[in-house]
Design a protein around this ligand. Sequence first.
Ligand code: MEV
Length: 417
Amino acid sequence: MSVSDRLDVVAKLTEIDRSELGFVCSGEGLKVDTADRMIENVVGTFPLPFGIAANFTVNGKDYLVPMVVEEPSVVAAASYMAKITRASGGFQTSYSGSLMISQIHVTGVNDPYGARLNVYQHRDELLAEANKYDQTLVSLGGGAKDIDVRVLEDTQSGSVIAIHLIVNVLDAMGANAVNTMAERLAPRIEQITQGKVILRILSNLADRRVARARVSIPMKNLETNEFSGEEVVRGIVRAYQIADADPYRAATHNKGIMNGIDPIVVATGNDWRAIEAGAHAYAARTGRYRPLTTWEINNAGDLVGTLEVPMAVGIVGGATKTHPLARLSLKILGINSADELAQVITAVGLAQNMAALRVLSTEGVQRGHMELHARNIAVQAEIPTNAVDWVVAEMVRLKDVRVDKAKELWNKLSLQR
Ligand code: MEV
């Protein structure tokens, strides 16, 4: 399809006004004036490709998924895997809730264990104090809900107390709310512990804000022209097992998952560094860096995949509201809560990982890349649309992908006609 035809389809499926869609996507979406109010020292904006992954079914609901990414094959791979999973019901997901952790680190306490229990004794008072600073959040059912206190025994400067304020941030990413609460509580914490507060900031290891996705696919749905379903499934499971044994591979495995996650996080104006930090810290939570997904074969012989990852994303506040493309992305997704967004993102991460493992354990990644590259070359060579597929296939078969070659093949085809 042409870009314009794709926009027609998106407008039709989402019921977003076609001209609004076209305008926001035209590259004019983020004005320099708006950008100038978002960060400092702005000199312009930096556009990236904005694509739509198709075919996603998550918990029985269909989604078009906006993805902002510079890497070829990512959108195609996600869409293709979503198409395969769709036949067996799509992705099943859940979310632990929007609980963020805000940390307050206290030093200089001689009796850290005594101080720890003293903080617990003041739990209700501290929660009430924290909740004074975000009445709106509290009125909507969110706010500070609990306190956890850890003693870090062996830091280079002796024992440190880490107080965790657990805050339900509802539909926000929540950084501002929880950082404010930690800063405001610090003086009272110093009185209670008789120590000195050093740091007051959220933790990106958002392990109380975890999204989970699961998929189950019959072997036969994964067969290709060259590989049986069983070969594909065994390849995916083997690839996962290798990642689980080898942190060098696990890093690349998880990068493939983030290929699915980051583009939606960016498209919706969320903080992708926070998501990356949380994902990798979570991957190392057992003391060894491991894959965020698992792949197994169930009793029926189906491939079963899971992904579990901290997902601190919001749909209110910050760039989610100020960036016109972020607002549009949420409209395209048809999403009304941060919960739902977190779950869809996790489904796409799982799809992306499956795509990578499938291709790596069968034909390898280069063939697909070569095809996309060949398609770009065919366009550059101005090959007519109805001949592009043939010219691309020939260049890939001959492993000779050049503009000259595309033109030569097109001339040959014209002569044969
Ligand atoms: C490339 O961007 C991502 C992969 O390396 C992921 C993987 O190896 O699993 C293909």
